[in-house]
Write a protein that binds this ligand. Structure first.
Ligand SMILES: *Cc1c(COP(=O)(O)O)cnc(C)c1O
Length: 241
């Protein structure tokens, strides 16, 4: 299954807000099945519900169904829908899962609770400064470009240990874990195993890996966070890389 759904089939089965309940329940059940098959506790895996391209009308029923952890991949899009929802539901945990430009770092620190895409020294330094300035401590994941794809964000695997050390020593940042997006069309388990290996040797507990097409596999490989959008909301009507 593709990691990057491009379909414009918004008429698909889960496109109505009411149907998202069903998608959410189904994904939760699959996560707990995969966890128990792997001998992991049910609560070992956090579902990050990816809401990019979906508006508040679609998101609200999922919040009302009890979901609290969400992911967006663009700062500007997130600013248009989440401040209001976070006022209403203060326990929402909002993750940035897309690339972050340093000129958006201030806004990102103000809005998000976790940034999963820390991938270069300049960004790490600016995030450290913004968190200090705003008195906000976000959780941070380092994105690793496990497939070494030129067009994809993330630190190369061979540079990851040094980057994590730099974040810790130079920028005094606590890193919670690692995140990856395996290349479309490749066996994801190889990438999940690599990410886990890098996390282990750096003493990191968090592993954000697995999307709609492969989250059950990711759970078997030790994911602590899976980022799932279309399996809950149905196909997106436009694509975001
Ligand atoms: C869109 C996106 C997801 C969710 O993708 P689905 O295939 O819809 O589950 C996960 N992670 C990132 C980084 C994304 O951009």
């Amino acid at each position: 299954m593709s990691h990057h759904p491009t379909t414009d089939d918004v008429e698909g089965g889960k496109s109505s807000p009411a149907a998202h309940h069903e998608g959410l329940a189904d994904v939760r059940a699959r996560i707990s099945d995969a966890a128990s098959e792997a001998g992991r506790p049910e609560d070992a895996v956090t579902l990050v519900t990816v809401t990019k391209t979906f508006d508040v009308e679609h998101i609200r029923p999922v919040i009302e169904a009890g979901q609290r952890v969400f992911g967006e991949n663009r700062v500007q899009e997130a600013q248009a829908k989440w401040p209001m929802l976070k006022d209403e539901y203060p326990d929402i945990d909002l993750h940035l899962i897309g690339p972050l430009q340093t000129n958006k770092a201030k806004e990102a620190v103000a809005l998000f609770d976790c940034i999963e895409t820390v991938d270069r020294p300049k960004l790490a330094r600016i995030l450290a400064g913004e968190m200090e300035k705003q008195g906000r401590k976000l959780r941070l994941f380092v994105q690793v470009n496990t497939g070494e794809e030129p067009q994809k964000a993330g630190v190369l695997p061979e540079n990851t240990d040094a980057f994590i050390a730099q974040c810790r020593d130079e920028f005094k940042l606590d890193i919670d874990g690692l995140m990856c997006i395996p290349p479309a069309g490749e066996e994801p388990s190889l990438h999940f195993a690599l990410l886990k290996k890098i996390a282990e040797r750096n003493g990191l507990a968090g592993l954000s890996m697995g999307m709609s097409g492969d989250f059950d596999i990711a759970v078997r490989f030790g994911a602590t966070h899976v980022r799932v959008g279309s399996a809950i909301f149905g196909a997106r009507s436009y694509q975001i890389a």
